[in-house]
Design a protein around this ligand. Sequence first.
Ligand code: FAD
Length: 326
Amino acid sequence: MPRIFAYIVHQAGVADDTATELIAAAKKIDAAASPTAIVTGWGADLDAACATVRASYAEVWKIAHEALAYPNAELIRKALVKVLPAGSLVLVPHEHFGIDLAPGLSIKLNAAFVSDVVAIEGVEGTGLKVVRQEFGGQVSAHVRCDVSSGAVVTIRPGAFKPLESAAVNGTLVDKSADVGVLAAGRRYLETVIAEAGDVDITKYNVLVSIGRGIQEKDNVAIAQELADALGAAVSCSRPVVDAKWLEKSRQVGSSGKTVKPKVYLACGISGSFQHLAGIKGSPFLIAINKNAKAPIFQVADVGIVDDILEFLPELTNKVREMRRVA
Ligand code: FAD
């Protein structure tokens, strides 16, 4: 098998949860694999991110460059091409930045490319067998990818649960000198932080999240009652915001908020990757959907096939009853 590398996404010195998920994905490719983490950036944030990543990776390659102080996929591609050995298998999180980085990287490395992988079925000769979703998750495509010249594979956040393992205190290898001059056509302008809104959904341990299945604005109250009974907040998918049933600050997903609750109730949500990308920290995911084939059931810990307009009020009553007894 080719050597496996994991590209680490980090912000303000904190490595993204996908950092440990990529190890789990690498182990599915090769149970004996010890992937090498690659962390790019500049200054104290980079050092802090490397320090956290060393707790889970046996080897961490640090690439420090002033031009990498802000994530610019064009520059990072150029840096990676200079340090990666020929034939490498590079795992990249399938989120905003990874989607920008990975396809062009595969072209520059002359390597195979597979995106948005949700499962890895194993290796057969030089063929890596993976599962990816198509048509908004309606179809699971089983793909065989020839990795003999290397590959870049984007891994859907949340699809691989991090493995429980002791901290390793991995070796830090500074590859910065190999990168040389970095210049790009793209220029970083600014980072715009979204406003918090009336309720900060990122602060709640339990989220009752509603999707298009809630059907109309008046029905949002059904979810709010359950949230009140549970001490939770109501969050939502994008169509709920588009329909103006809830404000944008409640939206979970790639173009909304990233949340890290302990329990996530997905009510009438199909499970698009853009929505799931906003759910971090592997919460206990309960999906309620009237379509038994909804893709959300593939990632849920508990799946309930029912009409949310009937199920949620019953659940609220049950929770209130239990609270009274307790
Ligand atoms: P649908 O996909 O329409 O699913 C509704 C579900 O409700 C279905 O599974 C249906 O079976 C079920 N249902 C219907 N009625 C009931 C009922 N009575 N009881 C139970 N179940 C019922 N989406 C996000 O959520 N967040 C984002 O940040 C985001 N960013 C995006 C960025 C881009 C660039 C793009 C292109 C898209 C983005 N999207 C985002 C949209 C995303 O692709 C999906 O369209 C969206 O997540 C679907 O939302 P949904 O699951 O609520 O709706």
